[in-house]
Structure formats: structure tokens, C-alpha cells
Design a protein around this ligand. Structure first.
Ligand SMILES: *Cc1c(COP(=O)(O)O)cnc(C)c1O
Length: 484
């Protein structure tokens, strides 16, 4: 058995049937004033209802999602989003709420959000939580604004530097720069930060050290406690990029490791949908040191009543329209309740088992740059492909022909021709074995076939630079250019 991918070359409706001037009901809307009507009559292709239904069904099948096949995108945690969370978030009492409703009429959702905050406070060991942030990078940015406010209040104006390891996610330096800091990169050794190297750059200019743990190599930072002590001894803030908590959920937490503030991606670890540009959702969790600066409004409980609390004069202020992506927060809450404490611990056990199982199998075919025992994800190096005149990119494209999504490639940059693979807890052994076979077939295929892949999709190799720089997002009434 292999994965299978639907393949269609679905034309635009305009290409199926030449557009005609709209007639019948569409043209004459009784009672609509002339000034609201189009100046030129609308051109519209006339199709039967069935033709139309098939067109949109086929378009939907050209998409790839977590429910199509294995989606091993490293540092992304593409896990199944349980239906139970969808059902709950779509209940009338939740989906029908309006953010401008008076507090007295939304006590239920306020209680839910309050409980979600305490659950996330326990999960991270950082008890003060804001659910206002839209996603991971937004959380990083807001936490760095909080860090800046903290040092400004202490009149420590010389603290202008944010330190990062060379394994850092690309959003980390970008957020630091946006928050007005300069960044300094620390070289890792064997995939981990070494305290002796960190100490060389820590000093009176240090505002924060941003770290992911387990890091993007899938490794748990061996010297994490010494790292925390050194950053604090230098007066700095220790920031936890908790985008992917899959590797440690229920086992340990950033509070225990000594972090001051953390962001979580609810759309990675806590089973809320993501991809295709959003919407994601995040949480920002802080210890007592940074708590006063969390965004407003916060949720307060007065006796049995919940309310929005804006009375935090040292807060960085409001950072999101209304109260965050509430619909996704409901899904994350459902995910946490449905799992329970033991279930959340099982999430990390299964995802670590999956990563190590697949890592062991694929490691027989491509080198693994660091020590083989990992947490939730692992790296491979595609460097040996060069002997056949191929690159990691070619292998990633060839995998698409197998009906799977490609892994993350060329990140982190410390590994030559890197592939980063994350098989979350929702994948079964059978799916992992199918992926292994697909990977092996791709490696054993002829170099010509790999270099020209993908062959089975409706779009073949695209010009990556042009595709990123010359976005054409709308169809003008003209014949479509043939696919590249
Ligand atoms: C995904 C990710 C981010 C960014 O999160 P977004 O929600 O995409 O902004 C940051 N750090 C790490 C380690 C990530 O995996």
C-alpha cells in the first residue's frame, strides 16, 4: 500500500465554458437602486449545478492537509485536530457569541478562558497567562516588548542585546529586531548550547536569551539549568520558545528549567488547526518577574464573577483586537480536558517514541548529524545525495510523488542539506512504516526521475524565487498561462 494523491488539472470555470452576459435572476434584481448595480454587465460562465459541484470538489481534493496523508513538517507539529474540539467550538452558545457583548452575558466563555489560563499555567510552570496573542511570532514579539518595559522601568537602558543559538527558529531574531533589540548568535556544539560559550557573550548589555528546549535539532539542552543560572546572574531574561511542547508535555516544563516567560503555539501542541496562513493562536506565560507587563485585558475572578481587567498600569497594553482568537482557545481547552493529565503525558511519550522509531529507520539511509536519542523530532543530512548530483530539495520534491508532504528542509542551517522530520503522537506505526517505504523508494529512484520530480501533481517544479517574489493572486479575464 502507498499513500495516494488525487491529481487533477482542473481548469478555471471561465476556461470550461466561455463567459456570457448574465441573464435571468442574476441580471435583474428587482428593487435594487441603479447606483448599486455594475456599470458593465457581469460575464459569467453558465454551468449546471453538477458541473459546478464537481469543479469545487476536485479543487478541494487538490489541497493537501493533515487528513490527506502524513505531514512530517519539522518544527510545525502537524497533528490531527480532534473532531470533538470542532464540535464544541461550533456549538451555538460559543460560535454565536459576539465580542462586544456585555460581560454579564458572557460569563461562560470567560470562565472557560480563565480555566484555560490556569491549565496552561500548570503545564508551563509559569502561572500568569495571557491568551491575547495571535500566534508564536506574535508571542515572541510581545514578550520582548515586556522585557523592554521591564528594563526601562529599572533604568537599565544599556540592555539592548538579545542572544540566540544558531539553532533558533527564524522568527526569534526577527521578533527581537522588531522589538528594537540587536541580536547576537551563539554557536552550538553537538546541537546544544554550551554554557562556556554563552558566558563569553553574556553581560551588562544582555536583555534576553531566547531558547527552544527541546531545540530544533530535537535535542533536550543538556546544560539548561546552568544556562538559566548564568543568564539570571548576568541580569538577563530567559525566554522560552514553546512553539512545540510535544516532546516534554507532562514530563517537565519551562518553569522548572528556570525560564521567565514563554510563548506556546496552541495550534501546534494543543490540537488546533493551522497551516495555510492561519488562524493560529498562542498563549504567553510568565513568572512573577514579568507578570506586571503582560498584555491587557486580563481575566479577573471576583467572587463568582469573571470580568475583563484593564487595571494593569505597567502592562505593555492591548495587542490584539477584542480578546484573542477565542474560537481556537475553545478547541485548545477541549484538547486539554479530553486528554486529562495522563493523556497529555502520553502525548509526549508517543511523539518521542514516534520520532525515535522513524529516526532509527531513516538513519539507516541518511546520516543523522547529532546523537540519535531525540525528543519530538529529528534531523537528517541529505549531503550524500550530492554524489548522485542531487540535493535535499530534489528528495523533498520526489516525496511529493508518493502522496506525502515533504519534511522541513534547509533548516536548521547548521546541518548541511538538512531535513527535519516530526511525526506527532497522532501517527500510527503503520503510517510511519508507509512513510519509511516511500522515503526509501524515493532514495532508490533514478537520479533523473528525482531531479525532475514531482511528476504526479498538477503543478511540477516551480521557480522557487519567482514563486515567492512574483505573487499572482487573482485571475484576470484572460487565458491562463500554462502550468510551469
Ligand atoms: C512555529 C514556530 C514558531 C513561530 O510560530 P508561528 O505561530 O508560526 O508564528 C516559533 N518558534 C518555533 C520553534 C516554531 O516551531
Amino acid at each position: 500500500m502507498t499513500f495516494r494523491q488525487a491529481r487533477y488539472d482542473e481548469p478555471l470555470l471561465w476556461e470550461v465554458r466561455p463567459p456570457r452576459e448574465a441573464t435571468g435572476a442574476a441580471a435583474a434584481l428587482p428593487g435594487v437602486p441603479a447606483r448599486l448595480l455594475r456599470k458593465r454587465p457581469f460575464q459569467w460562465p453558465e454551468l449546471s449545478e453538477l458541473e459546478l459541484a464537481r469543479h469545487f470538489t476536485r479543487l478541494s481534493q487538490m489541497n493537501f492537509g493533515i487528513e490527506t496523508a502524513f505531514y512530517p513538517l519539522g518544527s510545525c507539529t502537524m497533528k490531527y485536530n480532534p473532531r470533538v474540539a470542532e464540535v464544541l467550538a461550533r456549538r451555538e452558545g460559543i460560535a454565536g457569541l459576539h465580542p462586544a457583548q456585555p460581560e454579564g452575558t458572557v460569563q461562560g466563555i470567560l470562565e472557560l478562558l480563565y480555566d484555560l489560563e490556569s491549565a496552561l499555567g500548570k503545564i508551563t510552570g509559569l502561572p500568569h497567562v495571557s491568551l491575547q496573542i495571535a500566534a508564536g511570532a506574535h508571542g515572541e514579539y510581545i514578550a520582548l516588548l515586556m522585557t523592554r518595559a521591564y528594563f526601562e522601568e529599572r533604568q537599565e537602558h544599556e540592555r539592548t542585546e538579545v542572544l540566540l543559538p544558531d539553532t533558533a527558529h527564524g522568527t526569534n531574531p526577527a521578533s527581537a529586531a522588531m522589538a528594537g533589540f540587536t541580536t547576537r548568535e551563539i554557536a552550538t556544539e553537538g546541537g546544544c548550547v554550551r554554557v562556556r560559550d554563552l558566558k563569553k557573550v553574556l553581560g551588562p548589555k544582555t536583555a534576553a536569551f531566547m531558547l527552544t528546549n527541546p531545540n530544533t535539532a530535537g535535542l533536550f539542552e543538556e546544560e539548561i539549568l546552568e544556562i538559566a543560572d548564568s543568564v539570571h546572574a548576568a541580569g538577563g531574561v530567559l525566554y522560552y520558545d514553546g512553539a512545540n511542547l510535544n516532546g516534554i508535555l507532562g514530563k517537565t516544563h519551562p518553569g522548572k528549567m528556570g525560564f521567565d516567560v514563554a510563548h506556546l503555539n496552541l495550534h501546534k501542541t494543543f490540537g488546533t488547526p493551522h497551516g495555510g496562513g492561519g488562524p493560529g493562536d498562542g498563549a504567553l506565560c510568565a513568572n512573577d518577574r514579568l507578570e506586571p507587563y503582560l498584555p491587557v485585558p486580563r481575566i479577573r475572578k471576583d467572587g463568582e464573577r469573571y470580568c475583563w481587567d484593564y487595571e494593569h498600569p505597567r502592562s505593555v497594553g492591548k495587542v490584539k483586537s477584542f480578546f484573542g482568537n477565542a474560537g481556537l482557545l475553545v478547541r485548545a481547552y477541549a484538547f486539554i480536558l479530553a486528554h486529562g493529565e495522563e493523556g497529555l503525558e502520553a502525548v509526549s511519550e508517543r511523539s518521542v517514541l514516534n520520532a525515535n522509531y522513524l529516526g532509527q529507520r531513516l538513519g539507516q539511509h541518511l546520516p543523522r548529524p547529532f546523537k540519535p536519542l531525540v525528543k519530538h523530532e529529528f534531523l537528517l543530512s541529505g549531503a550524500p545525495l550530492k554524489e548522485k548530483g542531487l540535493r535535499t530539495l530534489d528528495l523533498a520534491k520526489r516525496l511529493l510523488d508518493e502522496g506525502v508532504h515533504a519534511p522541513t528542509v534547509y533548516f536548521p542551517a547548521i546541518v548541511e542539506e538538512s531535513l527535519m522530520i516530526e511525526p506527532p503522537e497522532t501517527e500510527s506505526k503503520r503510517e510511519l512504516d508507509l512513510f519509511y517505504e516511500a522515503f526509501k523508494r524515493s532514495l532508490e529512484d533514478s537520479p533523473e526521475n528525482v531531479r525532475s520530480a514531482p511528476h504526479n501533481l498538477s503543478v511540477s517544479r516551480v521557480d522557487e524565487v519567482r514563486a515567492a517574489k512574483e505573487l499572482i493572486l487573482s485571475h484576470k479575464d484572460q487565458p491562463a498561462a500554462p502550468h510551469a
